[in-house]
Design a protein around this ligand. Structure first.
Ligand SMILES: NC(=O)c1ccc[n+]([C@@H]2O[C@H](COP(=O)([O-])OP(=O)(O)OC[C@H]3O[C@@H](n4cnc5c(N)ncnc54)[C@H](O)[C@@H]3O)[C@@H](O)[C@H]2O)c1
Ligand SMILES: [Zn+2]
Length: 358
């Protein structure tokens, strides 16, 4: 079992990365949770596969569970109200521990419920999607959507520990695996050149989810994201680089009516962002081609042919990261390093969009 220690200005906790759930009970003991009431929060797709196993492994504890309907549509305050009702019925108190079992939707909502129930109780993350394992379970952002606005209501709140069992990826639909892979590749490009080489050298094994290889990727991504978040826990500056490919990507995501998965749009967005970096002479045409082949190898799209370049350009100005009518674009200054560019030349931004729509 690999262990990564996360230190933020407000908390310190471990991320365990392993194969199987064998060390789960031990992890709860290590966290000092013996004798506490536990409540597993999970959803309708994950519960039938993993809930009984987890309950069995935690049978020394007084465990209840709450299952909500899977999907982003559930990520709202009504569902949180249902959580609170269950917590009250189960007489959870300030010592009780919530356990988020599922993807990013489960993690974000359970974290938010933990941050707010009785002004804050501990929670543990057991992320079961690749996106949650490489991205959303690190950083302490929790929350729900509100009146159609994504992650509008929320809190920064850190878990007591994160337990990542890479075997859970074997039941995850392949397009969800690919979507998570896009965020992992993003992390490599903006922060970790070595991880990018690792991706290129072990692409087939990583795609096949070979335990050692995928765990290395997860570890490197958590470490890289933690590095960024540590320096910028409340998102005032550096953390923006995590949005590499996202301003282009969000526009495509919105225009697709959210039919394309987030990671798929990020992949398309990265193709545009790599084009921009090459045009600005930060990176090369070859870097762009390499990035596109890597993304395609992982079954990710790199073009948005069905959309007009004008509508994508316009849509980009609605991005919440756009300030004072200026695009804030994350640009690579070289492979493995990124910054926020507030003055990207308009013709180059348009050329990048042409590139993904042609
Ligand atoms: N907190 C953060 O920093 C952060 C970062 C990125 C994204 N997010 C949030 O994460 C959410 C997206 O996360 P996600 O992609 O994990 O979505 P998700 O939780 O909806 O999971 C995706 C799909 O996979 C299913 N699933 C999950 N684990 C499974 C498994 N092991 N086997 C089979 N099916 C499984 C789910 O039921 C769902 O249908 C969004 O709401 C987004 O806002 C948060
Ligand atoms: Zn993303």
């Amino acid at each position: 079992m690999k262990e990564l220690k996360i230190k933020t200005p407000t908390a310190e906790y471990p991320i365990y990365i392993t194969q199987g759930f064998d060390n789960l009970a031990e992890s709860f003991k290590k966290a000092g949770f013996e004798g506490r009431k536990l409540c597993i929060v999970t959803e309708s797709n994950v519960a039938p596969i993993y809930l009984d196993t987890i309950k069995g492994l935690l049978s020394e504890w007084d465990v209840s569970s709450y299952i909500f309907k899977a999907g982003e549509e559930s990520k709202n305050l009504d569902t949180i109200t249902d959580f609170y009702k269950h917590f009250l019925d189960e007489k959870l108190d300030r010592k009780s521990v919530l356990v988020a079992l599922g993807g990013g939707v489960t993690g974000d909502m359970t974290g938010f419920a933990a941050a707010t129930y009785m002004r804050g109780i501990p929670f543990v993350q057991i992320p079961t999607t690749l996106l949650a394992q490489v991205d959303s379970s690190v950083g302490g952002k929790t929350g729900v959507d509100f009146l159609g606005n994504k992650n509008m209501v929320g809190a920064f709140y850190q878990p007591s520990f994160v337990y990542i069992n890479s075997e859970t990826l074997s039941t995850l639909p392949s397009e969800q695996v690919a979507s998570g892979m896009a965020e992992a590749i993003k992390t490599a490009y903006i922060i970790d050149k070595e991880l990018l080489s690792y991706f290129n050298e072990n692409a087939a094994d990583i795609k096949a989810l070979a335990p050692e290889k995928i765990q290395h990727v997860i570890y490197a991504c958590c470490k890289a994201k933690a590095w960024v978040v540590n320096q910028d826990e409340k998102e005032s500056g550096l953390r923006e680089i995590l949005n590499f490919g996202h301003t282009f990507g969000h526009a495509v995501e919105k225009l697709s009516g959210f039919k394309l998965l987030h990671g798929e749009c990020v992949a398309i967005g990265m193709a545009a962002a790599m084009h921009l970096a090459a045009n600005m002479e930060k990176t090369t045409q070859k870097d762009l081609e390499d990035a596109e082949s890597l993304l395609q190898f992982f079954d990710l799209p790199i073009r948005a042919e069905n959309f007009g370049s004008d509508e994508i350009y316009k849509q980009m100005f609605y991005d919440k990261k756009t300030k004072n009518g200026k695009l804030n674009l994350v640009v690579l200054d070289k492979i493995g390093s990124a910054y926020t560019e507030k003055n990207a030349p308009e013709d180059m931004v348009k050329a990048a969009i042409e590139h993904i729509t042609k």
